[in-house]
Design a binder for this molecule. Structure first.
Ligand code: GLA
Length: 388
């Protein structure tokens, strides 16, 4: 990567490399913007940015994935506007950093990423967080501020009203563990995963156009549900505040559509804690069951799945050694995550690819999910992914 950087920009002195991981969410889907609970893990799939200071007053960014070099005078970054291009992610972060009082210095950058785009493994958050670190050039920043700043950039610059999960886990990821995050208090704790199991992500290789608009619509439906509940239960500020017991006392009177949306969120929040419990007791069958329950709820109540995801889940459940499976991330395409017994992964990969190819004529990409540390500067160059 350093060689590629020098080839592009010349030998401009010391090149620093910053890395931010993608993630797979194990459970707690569409709960983050309802201020509830999520349990993702950071992956060893990551975005790395090599950077060195430059003369000439410009910020230059090259993306290996897009094979494209773009540049801007640093004095123009504060007024940058969205263009629907991959550069929205680093530009939005630059604008947020400036707003937060960090000056952006002229620099050259090269982006190399192994997080597949549009896969629901959070390539955007990985790019945002890596960009922020690269733009800061080693200046310190509070980790929570870093995650919030990147989320703000996605909401305000890119225009997706997302929660904080993806940016948070990219910053706070842990080696060897998943992380349970409370999206209201913004506290987290590491949850060690039992021995004897593996998590595998399978990519549908589709991202339906609906994804962005439906996401926004779900956030609005959740707001409508909160407004309806507020007139019945005191002190409810988000769906996080509604217990399953309280919900089943009122849901029959609720307009059916928002009742289904709210039911998913209320039950999913509870499922996160049941999953954490099951994990700590190494109750593998229950862990698997909870993943499937989560998927059914996303499929039927929240309606953010799609035929490709449903097919992958159903096909996975019929394969030996599989304990459970569900869609992961925002939905309408992207990946499923499957938990299976160690040793079953090889057979699973062959089988699931065969079924999916037979049904959709597309070969799904399969990623073993290894928990990895959160974002930071790399000084161990073995961690840098090779060029695609
Ligand atoms: C996307 C968003 C996250 C979260 C998930 C669904 O990944 O970026 O904030 O809402 O969808 O759980």
């Amino acid at each position: 990567m350093i060689d590629a950087f020098r080839e592009l920009y010349g030998d401009t002195g010391h090149v620093r490399v910053f890395r931010a991981p993608g993630r797979v969410n194990l459970i707690g889907e569409h709960t983050d913007y309802n201020l509830g609970f999520v349990m993702p893990m950071a992956l060893d799939l990551a975005t790395c940015i090599g950077t060195a200071p430059a003369s000439g007053g410009k910020l230059r960014i090259y993306s290996e994935q897009h094979k494209e070099l773009r540049e801007w005078p640093v004095t123009r970054l504060a007024d940058a506007v969205r263009s629907g291009h991959w550069t929205d992610y680093p530009l939005g972060v630059a604008r947020e950093l400036i707003r937060a009082g960090y000056a952006i210095e002229p620099a050259n950058m090269l982006i190399r990423s192994t997080v597949p785009e549009g896969s629901g493994l959070s390539s955007s958050a990985a790019l945002e967080v890596a960009s922020a670190l690269a733009l800061l050039q080693g200046r310190g920043i509070d980790k929570l501020e870093l995650a919030r700043l990147c989320q703000r950039s996605e909401v305000e610059f890119v225009g997706l009203p997302c929660g904080i999960m993806d940016q948070y886990i990219s910053v706070f990821g842990r080696d060897h563990a998943a992380v349970r995050i409370d999206c209201r208090s913004l506290e987290h704790r590491a949850v060690a995963l039992p021995d004897g199991i593996a998590f595998v992500a399978v990519n549908t290789m589709v991202k339906h156009a609906l994804a962005g608009s439906a996401y926004r619509q779900r956030t609005e439906e959740c707001t409508a549900a909160v407004e309806w509940i507020q007139s019945r239960i005191a002190g409810v500020e988000s769906l996080r505040d509604v217990s399953p017991g309280e919900f089943t006392g009122i849901d029959h009177a609720m307009p059916p559509l928002i009742a289904r949306r709210a039911r998913h969120v209320v039950m999913e929040n509870e499922r996160v804690d049941r999953f954490v419990e099951a994990t700590s007791r190494s109750d593998l069958p229950l862990m698997g069951e909870l993943l499937v329950e989560s998927h059914r709820s996303l499929q039927h109540d929240y309606e953010v799945s799609c035929p490709e995801l449903d097919f992958l889940v159903d096909a996975a459940l019929a394969i030996d050694g599989v304990l459970g499976s569900r869609m992961t991330g925002g939905g309408f395409g992207g990946c499923t995550v499957t938990v299976l017994r160690n040793g079953a992964a090889g057979h699973f990969a062959t089988q699931i690819a065969k079924c999916y190819e037979a049904r959709f004529g597309v070969t799904p990409k399969i990623y073993p999910c290894r928990p990895s540390a959160g974002a930071g500067e790399l000084n161990n160059f073995e961690n840098i992914p090779p060029a695609a």
